[in-house]
Design a protein around this ligand. Structure first.
Ligand SMILES: *Cc1c(COP(=O)(O)O)cnc(C)c1O
Length: 354
């Protein structure tokens, strides 16, 4: 068609499957297997349709204030968005406006490359070391910005605070974003470094550890100047990103610290038990500090295993990409779900041997 010459053509990010069936073990998109705190349900029920007539607060003051109190910063250091994908996309558009390349690991959250392409940001994918760790030295060269997750996805591996501070401190003339989507599952956050470095933006989400992927809440913490630039871009694009229900649910989630800690503890315990069982079955994996395990098996094809699981309604994530096509990313589900999955693996391996 003639108008196609004027279309912005992009290769979109492909999210993990959301199958419609009810009887399944869903270990493919790193969702929390337990619901959010009961206070969240109450908050959602408390939203009247009368309230929905009105636009939400464009400043999202209540949620930003709740986050500021929770993390011991000021509201002016907090930005919120519709999931961290929205926060990250806004940050790409705001901070990576340079002719020099944005740097991120070659094995990482694949959305980074999609946003760079969408916004026309020059970028380079920096190879990880053979053990999947980041090499700080690779990020000490001319660049237009840096982003990486910690723990990294899909490896689940944590980088040390020293390494991150080294990268942030060596790049004071660009913005460095640390995507802490999985940090609550046992890794060390670099949030406190935002007090020392005005070029560091830390991004987190309610989707994984706070069990609210369906509500779409993400946030960033950094120097007030960074946040103010983010708001300028946000208000140039869509003033009302956060709806009233999401704001109320987010505030309620932050109030129930006991529930949050208990849920995290359960997931971490299941993760550690799953690691031990996978090891017994001959799987190899980097030590995960997230709610998933990135595993490979010396004698099994990851793709075949992925398909065999799928036929049993066990959904895993498989990336048919160089460097990681022998791996499966396995989200940590409920204890019982992991039992069923591990039992299936045992039978599968016996069958393959026989
Ligand atoms: C899940 C994830 C996100 C995005 O999560 P939202 O649901 O949009 O908050 C961002 N970064 C990484 C590394 C993720 O795994």
């Amino acid at each position: 068609m003639k108008w196609e010459a004027n279309v912005r053509k992009v290769t979109p990010y492909v999210p993990g499957e959301q199958p419609k069936c009810t009887q399944m073990i869903k270990l493919n998109t790193n969702e929390c297997p337990y619901p959010p705190s009961p206070g969240v349900a109450e908050a959602i029920a408390g939203i009247s349709t009368e309230e929905l007539r009105l636009y939400p607060d464009p400043e999202v003051g209540e949620l930003r204030q709740a986050l500021a109190e929770y993390y011991g910063v000021t509201k002016e250091q907090v930005f919120v968005g519709v999931g961290s994908d929205d926060v990250l996309a806004t940050a790409f558009l705001t901070f990576f406006h340079s002719d020099r390349p944005l740097l991120f690991p070659d094995i990482t959250y694949s959305f980074y490359e999609v946003w760079a392409e969408l916004f026309g940001i020059p970028y380079e994918r920096v190879p990880l070391k053979e053990d999947f760790h980041i090499c700080a030295g690779d990020y000490k060269r001319e660049n237009g910005g840096i982003i990486f997750p910690n723990p990294n996805a899909p490896t689940g591996m944590e980088e040390s605070r020293e390494l991150i501070e080294d990268i942030v401190g060596s790049n004071r003339d660009v913005v460095v974003i640390v995507d802490e989507a999985y940090v609550d599952f046992g890794a060390d956050s670099v949030l406190s470094l935002t007090e020392k470095y005005d070029n560091l933006l830390v991004v987190q989400t309610f989707s994984k550890s706070r069990a609210m992927a369906g509500m779409r809440i993400g946030f960033a913490i950094g120097h007030p100047k960074l946040i103010s630039y983010l708001n300028d871009v946000k208000f140039s694009f869509n003033s009302y990103t956060m709806n009233r229900t999401a704001i109320a649910a987010g505030v309620a989630a932050l109030k129930d610290e006991t529930y949050f800690r208990n849920t995290l503890e359960r997931i971490i315990e299941t993760r550690e038990r799953t690691k031990a069982e996978l090891k017994k079955l001959g799987f190899l994996f980097p030590d995960s500090k997230s709610n998933f395990i990135f595993a490979t098996h010396p004698r099994l094809s990851a793709k075949s295993l992925y398909q065999a699981c799928r036929e049993r309604n066990i959904y895993l994530r498989y990336f048919d990409k160089p460097g990681i096509r022998d791996y499966l990313r396995i989200s940590i589900g409920k204890e019982e779900e992991m039992h069923i999955f591990l039992d299936f693996l045992k039978h599968y391996i016996e069958q393959e041997r026989g």
